[in-house]
Design a protein around this ligand. Structure first.
Ligand code: FAD
Length: 477
């Protein structure tokens, strides 16, 4: 078994340098403190003992084979934009950065796919496929994340309502297993029922099962036209009630997001970005993509009429690229603005069946308010993924913040369970939500997770202490 892990020695450092390059291996103060945490430092600050920037799968394989033999933990790191405390060295050891493994191969026009190394940025992949009129739909709010990170967190984002998640676009994965062996899971085929679907286990595994070294992604034709409706209502609850109505219309929305006026003001105050309308207590943003003007007009007209009949205060159509960019710029600024507007944040990434969003929103707000916490439920209401961000105000002591956010999280997860939802829709468990997982999924499921982990990583060297914790002393996130 893994514990205790070997502490890295000068000999280990020399070996990692010999299989990579001295100028890509860092130790001690040469490692930037950015690598001590991801976008949620609240979920743990853990300095790596060594940071190595790999250039190819052979280097990754050599590092993993050595770490396996020597019992040294390894954590893979993309752009570090994760929101679960996933890409952090909870047990020290090696941080393996894939940022320099960023090749994007030419679009395969016959299979309508693209292949890329894990460090390729989502923004670069989206740009490359658009050059040939194609479209990679997954659209998490951070386009400067890596495709490797997107795959192993099964990133969702705004356009999941119409197009689905990262998982729905992964054709095959090449990965290095914890013992250093290189394997390919599935191939560039549309269907596959050949044995267990290991590719689908690696997707969403948060770097705990394998190091992804290459992915092949399915593409779609680029939508020709799009428009966004900005619909103000008297409350967030009314916006939530509007979601099932929008989904029942003939046209499938690309994205449905919501936020309250208080949050709109935070984005305005912190980032100087504002929506084209400033009425109502909350707004719902609805984007439609279409192949023809008629199809787009019909979708917008039907949604506007239905919203107004349901009690919307107004319906504003953002149909130029500039107004659409303005609207989505506000939405995409939410996280940054909330961080700037508070001492720290706790974020629940709960996902609820869409029939239950309205009840979730009402009860979640009450849970947080009863505990004296500022809460901003917002985000992907169209797929039921309600980011329930709790914001810490300056007056609150560390103790109050810790106790109350813990109570709020437990109650929110219990509510999610009661409403047949899940703990995390897209950000994952990482280190930040680990202490709540067993209560949510139950001990039988944890035994199954542990068996899967051990089947890939019998020495527990890959991203240990994330999703599940084998070390009883470190069980708390
Ligand atoms: C402003 C903002 C908005 C966001 N919006 C969304 C959103 O709408 N939807 C959404 O899903 N997420 C969102 N995120 C979260 C984040 O961008 C995603 O989780 C993203 O997929 C992380 O990619 P990364 O390259 O930064 O990965 P990292 O943070 O570096 O790592 C994330 C996890 O993946 C593992 N990992 C990374 N690369 C590899 C690899 N090659 N092989 C194996 N494991 C690996 C790490 O060990 C870690 O567990 C947002 C983040 C920010 C800051």
């Amino acid at each position: 078994m893994a514990f205790p892990y070997k502490k890295i020695t000068e000999e280990d450092i020399a070996y990692i340098r010999s299989v990579t390059a001295p100028e890509r291996v860092y130790t001690g103060s040469a490692i930037s403190e950015d690598y001590y945490h991801d976008e949620m430092p609240e979920y743990g600050i853990y300095p790596p003992d060594l940071l190595v920037e790999a250039l190819n799968k052979e280097e990754v394989s050599a590092i993993m084979a050595y770490a396996y033999k020597e019992n040294i933990p390894v954590v893979c790191r993309g752009a570090g934009t994760g929101l679960a405390g996933g890409a952090t060295c909870k047990y020290g050891g090696i941080m393996l950065s894939t940022l320099k493994m960023n090749k994007i191969f030419p679009v395969d026009q016959k299979n309508v796919t693209i292949t890329a190394e894990p460090g390729a940025l989502l923004a670069d992949i989206q740009a490359k496929v658009s050059e040939v009129g194609l479209f990679y739909p997954p659209d998490p709010g951070e386009i400067f994340s890596t495709i490797g990170g997107n795959v192993v967190t099964n990133a969702g984002g705004m356009k999941a309502v119409r197009y689905g998640l990262t998982r729905d676009f992964v054709r095959c994965i090449e990965a290095v297993l914890p013992d250093g062996s290189i394997e390919t899971f599935s191939s560039n085929v549309v269907k596959n029922t050949t044995g267990y679907d290991i590719k689908d286990l690696i997707i969403g595994s948060e770097g705990t099962l394998a190091v992804v070294t290459q992915v092949t992604l399915k593409l779609l034709p680029m939508p020709v036209l799009s428009s966004t409706l900005v619909i103000p209502f008297h409350s967030l609850e009314e916006c939530a009630d509007m979601v099932p109505r929008l989904l029942a219309l003939q046209a499938i929305p690309t994205a449905i997001e919501f936020l309250e006026q208080e949050l709109i003001e935070i984005v305005d105050r912190q980032l100087d970005r504002r929506l084209p309308v400033k009425i109502g207590e909350a707004v719902i943003l609805v984007q439609y993509d279409a192949a023809t003007r008629q199809e787009l007009d019909d979708a917008i007209e039907a949604a506007s009429a239905d919203a107004l009949e349901f009690g919307a205060i107004d319906c504003f159509v953002a149909d130029t690229p500039a107004t659409q960019a303005q609207v989505w710029g506000v939405r995409k600024g939410i996280l940054e603005a909330m961080k700037a507007d508070s001492v720290s944040t706790e974020e629940c990434d709960i996902v609820i069946p869409r029939s239950n969003i309205s009840r979730y929103v009402r009860e979640a707000k009450k849970i947080c308010k009863d505990l004296g916490l500022r809460v901003e439920p917002n985000g992907h209401c169209g797929d039921g993924n309600i980011h329930t961000q709790i914001l810490r105000d300056p007056g609150m002591t560390d103790e109050e913040w810790k106790i109350n956010t813990e109570k709020a999280s437990r109650r929110l997860y219990a509510l999610a369970k009661e409403l047949k939802g899940q703990m995390s829709g897209e950000h994952g468990i990482g280190n930040g939500r680990i202490e709540y997982l067993e209560e949510f999924v139950g001990p039988r499921m944890i035994r199954l997770y542990k068996a899967i982990k051990l089947a890939f990583d019998d020495k527990l060297i890959l991203n240990p202490g994330k999703i599940i914790e084998f070390n009883e002393d470190r069980k708390k996130g």
